[in-house]
Design a binder for this molecule. Structure first.
Ligand SMILES: *Cc1c(COP(=O)(O)O)cnc(C)c1O
Length: 400
């Protein structure tokens, strides 16, 4: 573990120190034996994120969404901070339990679980699971009839024609029927969860859905449940972007809405499942140009990673051009009409089309900040691509 100052944290705060991160990357390149792409990961950044969360949303206990980045130093750091974990399946659960995390700091958050996983999780003592349909209830009842259950509802996402997250979550008008069925089955439903699926910080959807959760709490009371658990999911930003509310602004509104609709004296436990928020800004990705072609004043560049590697989410889900930065200062003009291609033989492995860029050369290094969320976990070995190294950085206080 190398000791450095917190360059990436400065990035997060907006006064990003370009020279410092460039120097760090250059040092790492000259130390490194090979010329493969790599990440620089700053664990201090994760620690600072956690501190900021606790400071700005003290009522909301974070349960980190493991699926976002399950690298061992990341989950270890978050475990040491005392946060909880949102796990998808038994392999997530085993990874977190091995760190010594208590079972009551884990939510089995997948609404549709493999029966074998329900059984193993129950044997481990996991006692909090999510459901959104009757068949799941029947399944859970046959395996672990006494577990605490959380009803996942579809969030209210304003102005969205296609509800991104339709795959999971019961509709508002199904809640009553489902809760009555759970009551008949003598199951123990303790609260509600939702997940805002959109990218960007959609604070209004959070607020609207929290308000709806209040109605579900009241409804549950009429059916004979005593709800005491609210899970407001993920969807919190990993860094500030133009045109989106900052984390602090959103947190303030969420706090106010919680205080109004779920007053503290009611003692409901409120959790969230942030993934992106914790890890996105901690990772910087470094890669280079390995090929070039110029024809008809169009410049094609071929990089040593692409859509099937670290850029899967950026390209296929966010539909953005990666935020490439040049490692070496070079003349920025004239701009050239350029295409940027990924490394695999898939003709659709493209990172940018018809974009304006300064001229690059084979061997030039590029870096991309904010690459900690849904990157390492989505990279494949397609076309013989090895997984990218991660260089871990932390101050001594984080690692000790
Ligand atoms: C993926 C996921 C999260 C994490 O979402 P982020 O936007 O990365 O914070 C939280 N909860 C659930 C249920 C998820 O599926």
């Amino acid at each position: 573990m190398t000791t450095i100052q917190t360059h990436c944290t400065e990035n997060l705060r907006g006064n990003y120190n370009r020279k410092a991160i460039q120097q760090l990357i250059k040092d790492k390149i000259s130390e490194g034996a090979n010329r493969r792409p790599f990440y620089i990961a700053n664990l201090d950044d994760i620690v600072n994120k956690h501190k900021r969360w606790v400071e700005l949303m003290p009522r909301v206990k974070p349960f980190y969404a493991v699926k976002c980045n399950n690298t061992e130093p990341v989950v270890k750091t978050i475990a040491a901070l005392g946060a909880g974990f949102d796990c998808c399946n038994i392999s997530d659960i085993e990874q977190i339990l091995k760190l010594g995390v208590e079972t009551d700091r884990i939510i089995y958050g997948h609404p549709v679980k493999d029966p074998d996983d329900i059984k193993s999780a129950s044997e481990f003592g996991i006692n909090l699971m999510v459901f959104d349909n009757e068949h799941e209830l029947v399944k859970i009842k046959s395996i672990n009839p006494t577990t605490n259950l959380v009803l996942r509802i579809l969030p209210f996402e304003r102005g969205s024609g296609d509800v991104l997250d339709k795959k999971y979550g019961c509709l508002a008008d199904q809640c009553e029927d489902l809760l009555m069925k759970a009551k008949k089955m003598d199951l123990n439903v303790v609260g509600v969860s939702f997940q805002i699926g959109r990218s960007g910080f959609d604070v209004d959807s959070h607020l609207d859905t929290i308000i709806f959760c209040r109605r579900v709490f009241d409804l549950a009371k009429t059916i004979g449940f005593n709800f005491n658990f609210l899970d407001i999911g993920g969807g919190f930003p990993g860094y500030s972007t133009e045109g989106n509310p900052t984390f602090a602004e959103g947190a303030k509104k969420i706090n106010e809405t919680l205080d109004e609709y779920f007053p503290a004296e009611e003692n409901a436990k409120v959790i969230a499942e942030p993934g992106t928020y914790y890890v996105q800004s901690a990772f910087t990705y470094v890669l280079r140009v390995i090929g070039k072609r110029v024809s008809d004043h169009v410049y094609d560049y071929y990089l040593n990673d692409g859509v099937h590697g670290a850029f899967s989410k950026t390209i296929t889900y966010d539909k953005k051009v990666p935020d490439f930065r040049l490692l070496e200062d070079k003349p920025l003009v004239p701009f050239r009409k350029s295409n940027v291609w990924g490394s695999t033989l898939n003709p659709d492995d493209r990172l940018g089309q018809n974009i304006q860029m300064p001229e690059l050369d084979i061997g030039d290094w590029l870096y991309v900040p904010n690459m900690g969320a849904y990157t390492t976990v989505l990279a494949t070995s397609f076309c013989g691509t090895p997984s990218s190294n991660i260089i871990w950085m932390a101050s001594d206080s984080t690692t000790s």
